[in-house]
Design a protein around this ligand. Sequence first.
Ligand code: ATP
Length: 252
Amino acid sequence: MSIQVEKVSRTFKGQLAVNDISFEVKQGEIVGLLGTSGCGKSTLLRAISGLDTGYDGTVRVNGKEKRGTSSELGVIFQEPRLMPWLTVIDNVCFGLTGSKRENYAKAREILNVVGLSDFEKHYPKQLSGGMAQRTAIARALVTEPSTLLLDEPFSALDAFTKLQLQDMVLDLWDNYQPTMVIVTHDIDEALALCDRVVILKGQPGELYKNIELNQPKPRDKADTELAKVKSQILESLEIGRKPIRPKVVREA
Ligand SMILES: Nc1ncnc2c1ncn2[C@@H]1O[C@H](COP(=O)(O)OP(=O)(O)OP(=O)(O)O)[C@@H](O)[C@H]1O
C-alpha cells in the first residue's frame, strides 16, 4: 500500500499545528517522521490513520483519497492499550469476527512471530512493558493490515528492550513487507529501521528534509555512511550546535 500526503495542514482552535505538508510513502517502505517536540508528528500520523479527520489537504491510499479509518491501516501507540480482563491471546483476537478456532489460529501465528507463544494465557498485569507492547503489535497485525502506523512505539521501554523490539520490527518486515510510518524522537531508531526519514521542523511544523537511507538492513551501527546521515539529521534538528548555556566572559 502506498500513501500520499498532499498539502496537509491542521489547525487547533485557530492555531496552526502543521502547515502544508506533502510527502509519499511507497509500498513496503519504512518511513520515519522525525522532529523536535511539538512540531506535529503525531498530528500528522493521526491524519494519515484517519483517527483525525479535521485536517485540510488530502491523504491518499494507493492514489485514492481517504478520510477516516481503514482496516488496512494498523495503528500502534506508545502505550499498549490492552484490555486488563483479557488474556494475551484474547487481546490479540479482540475485534476479529471469525470463529474462535480461526481467530486463535491466526493469533497464534502472530504471537509466534512476536515471540509470545508461551504467554498466550497470561493477563496484561503479568507482562513486562516490552511483552505488553509485543501484544499490542500482534493485535495490530492480526487483521493483516498492509500498513502499520507507529507513534513512538518503543519510547516508554528500556534501552535493551527497545533494541529487541526494533529487531522484531525488521523480522516482521521480512515476514510481511508492510508499509510503515514510524513517529520517533530516537535518531538511532530511525537509522536502524527506516528507508527514508522525513524531518519536520518549527511550530507550526513544516517539512524540512527528506533523507534517503540506502544501507542494507540489519545495519552496522559503526557504518561511516550511517554516521554521516546521523550528523546530517542532528544538524537539521540543530542539535549539538549551540552551547546549552551562554558562555560567561569574565573581566580580568
Ligand atoms: N487535540 C489537540 N488540541 C489542541 N492542540 C493540539 C491537539 N493535538 C495537538 N495539538 C498541538 O499541535 C502541536 C503539535 O502536536 P503533536 O503532538 O502533533 O507534536 P509532536 O511533534 O508529536 O510532539 P511530541 O514529539 O512532543 O509528541 C502542539 O502545539 C500541540 O499542542
